[in-house]
Write a protein that binds this ligand. Structure first.
Ligand code: NAD
Length: 298
């Protein structure tokens, strides 16, 4: 892998984090967004990132100054990608917006540039043709709070060149990620293929009144040695996100248990603004949730 110049397209929740992470690891990074106002908004978030890098990674002022030196900004797509080895796309999770973006990008990007999508729920095969370079296109999926939750799932489509796949795995490692290569396309990648059914099984047990949330968490923690259980995870993910996933699934499947779960979450959590860690209360209360107490498992 001899990437040096990285362009990050979309400077929202994930994009500015990816840009800062790559700049911190000494890549030349150009941040691209639809206009200068969006770029100014992203820039304003970097001081917060610095505080997080100091707190969580012991980053020094000198390290952070290097990261800032490595960052450039442009709202002109052709200019932003003119010498990019790798473009990481973090535009909104909307197929029409992504198709429009790749169509424009294909017209201006130089031949060497590899394109990677950070999409959480869409598959690279959906966009491979419109990129104009299917063999140089794949998914590189980061998690929110990238510097701390430093996973990178790398997933090609059937036409991705294996050498390019390996380069992107090496790049992910070079920016401090735990690289997690997938051997084929999978909706939800590895993490959500595991997590969504797991959390769904936990809420099924609750809504069927089989056991209380804390009993379910204790079972999982004691029996497997896991540090937290599914209801603690639900609080971290955010009950609004879980509610939205359940609502969509229940509307599609008409499964009575999922409908009941959706109603249960709405009445007990959404309508009362108990959304989990973000609002200070969900299945547990914060900052000192019961599952962290010494006697929780005794
Ligand atoms: P966001 O809405 O916070 O940011 C999107 C950014 O893209 C905005 O700054 C917007 O101005 C910009 N944008 C819109 N159209 C554009 C275009 N044509 N060209 C360039 N920029 C454009 O979204 P987000 O949460 O950062 O998500 C971006 C991608 O990252 C999505 O595919 C999402 O699935 C994925 N992702 C998000 C998270 C998360 O926790 N938010 C986690 C992992 C992956």
């Amino acid at each position: 892998m001899n990437y040096k110049n990285i362009t990050v397209a979309g400077s929202g929740v994930l994009g500015y984090q990816i840009a800062f992470q790559a700049a911190f690891h000494n890549f030349n990074v150009t941040v691209y967004d639809i206009n200068d106002e969006m770029l100014a908004k992203a820039k304003a978030k970097f001081p917060k990132m610095c505080a997080a890098f100091k707190r969580d990674l012991n980053a020094s002022d000198a390290d952070l100054a290097v990261a800032f030196d490595n960052l450039k900004y442009s709202s002109n797509l052709a200019e932003a990608v003119k010498d990019a080895d790798l473009l990481i796309e973090a535009v909104p999770e909307n197929p029409a917006i992504k198709i429009d973006f790749y169509t424009k990008l294909a017209k201006v990007a130089v031949e060497k540039t590899v394109f990677a999508t950070n999409s959480s729920t869409l598959l690279p095969s959906q966009f491979a043709e419109v990129t104009g370079r299917p063999s140089q296109f794949l998914a590189l999926h980061f998690a929110n709070d990238i510097w701390r939750n430093n996973t990178a799932e790398i997933m090609g489509h059937s036409g991705t060149n294996p050498a390019i796949f390996n380069d992107v795995v090496a790049f992910a490692k070079a920016i401090g990620m735990l690289a997690l290569p997938l051997q084929k396309e999978q909706p939800g990648y590895i993490l959500n293929s595991l997590l969504v059914p797991f959390l769904g099984a936990a809420t099924d047990l609750l809504v069927k009144e089989v056991a209380e949330p804390q009993t379910i968490d204790k079972t999982w923690m004691k029996a497997t040695g896991a540090p937290i259980g599914p209801f603690a995870i639900l609080d971290i993910v955010g009950i609004n996100t879980v509610y939205n996933i359940n609502k969509m699934a229940s509307e599609k499947s008409k499964n009575p248990l999922k409908i009941k779960t959706t109603e249960f979450l709405k009445e007990n959590f959404i309508d009362t603004n108990k959304l989990g860690v973000s609002t200070g209360e969900g299945f547990y209360t914060y900052p000192n949730p019961a599952y962290k107490e010494d006697d929780f498992l005794s």
